[in-house]
Design a protein around this ligand. Structure first.
Ligand code: C5P
Length: 316
């Protein structure tokens, strides 16, 4: 804990006086292995996170209270009150560091709401990084990751970025070391979101009734494929245990997945708990071709291209 300190004109030695702008990526899970339901209501995970180049941006300015405004994806839909992960992250950091949670925050969203791309978690990660700089609290990455884990299972990864192994409920992160390679993705954003808790409950139900496919298990094949740097090899190892649940809740996603593969993608999977589908392609030019064909098929609200891995939440 640091001594209580209030950002204000009388003390400009700590923190930023000008606006702090942080860019934060979306994530996909290259491998999402879901284990049993734990006593705390979470499932044990064995996942490989991958940060892709679709970004939200959070700007933090000094203020006399804590306020949040937004533009872009989800405007008018996303509550801007104390339930918002941005506000919860600002309070969590201020409480930990012993400072007043005063800031004017503005969010520019491109990551869809409830899309399986961890947009809310990304915004929480961006808030921790931005407010730490604005308030001059100077926490280590480990301290920020600790606060992040209490806000949501994906939040520590969104601070970290890159490609990383996630265990526990997804909050325990260790980087995947691989020679630099860019992977090229086509991202099919659906109309409307899917609830993450509902997707996990649906998986439990499918497993109880024997209707779920076999569990993915180990990440070894995927980690080996990442090292080979060949998208055709990686394509064969992508997998998501939540995909059956997402397809059961939203059967139309099967059409989206088929359309992406018909358009020439090497493989397609549901991202996280869905409903966004992501397609691996051979290279950047191929991604553009697949994206154009998928858009013409009209099987989703929006088609984007992206590459990964990219950095986690960073001041720009
Ligand atoms: O951690 P986060 O708040 O993002 O999780 C949202 C919900 O997703 C949890 O309340 C839980 O229902 C489900 N979940 C889970 N197992 C995990 C992560 C999330 O069951 N490992």
């Amino acid at each position: 804990m640091t001594e209580a300190w209030r950002p204000g004109d009388d003390d400009e030695r700590r923190g930023a006086t000008g606006p702090v702008r942080v860019r934060v990526p979306a994530k996909v899970n290259l491998h999402l292995g879901v284990g049993p339901l734990r006593r705390d209501g979470y499932h044990e995970l064995n996942t490989v996170y991958h940060a892709i180049s679709i970004y939200d941006e959070l700007t933090a300015r000094r203020g006399d209270t804590l306020t949040l405004t937004m533009e872009g994806e989800g405007t008018g839909e996303l509550a801007l009150d104390d339930s918002n992960l941005v506000i919860r992250a600002a309070h969590a950091l201020a409480g930990y560091a012993g400072v007043m949670p005063h800031a004017r925050l503005h969010l520019r969203k491109q990551i869809p709401l409830a899309g399986g791309l961890a947009g809310g978690s990304a915004d929480a990660a961006a808030t921790l990084v931005a407010c730490d700089a604005l308030w001059g609290t100077g926490l280590s990455r480990d301290e920020l990751a600790g606060i992040a884990a209490d806000l949501g299972s994906d939040v520590p990864f969104l601070i970290h970025g890159g490609t990383a192994l996630g265990t526990g409920r997804g909050e325990a992160i260790s980087p995947v070391l691989a020679r630099p390679t860019s992977w090229h993705w086509v991202v099919a954003i659906a109309d409307g979101g899917l609830s993450t808790p509902q997707a996990y409950r649906e998986l439990d139900r499918l497993r109880e009734t024997g209707a779920a496919g076999p569990a993915l298990g180990s990440t070894d094949a995927l980690l080996g494929a990442l090292r080979q740097r060949d998208p055709r090899v990686l394509a064969r190892t992508l997998g998501n245990d939540l995909q059956d649940a997402a397809l059961s809740l939203r059967p139309s996603l099967a059409t989206t997945l088929k359309a992406g593969e018909a358009a020439g993608a090497l493989a397609g999977i549901v991202s996280g708990s869905g409903p966004t589908c992501v397609f691996l392609t051979a290279d950047a030019a191929d991604a553009e071709r697949v994206a154009a064909e998928l858009a013409a098929a009209e099987v989703c609200r929006q088609v984007r291209t992206a590459h990964g891995p990219v950095h986690g939440a960073r001041i720009t």
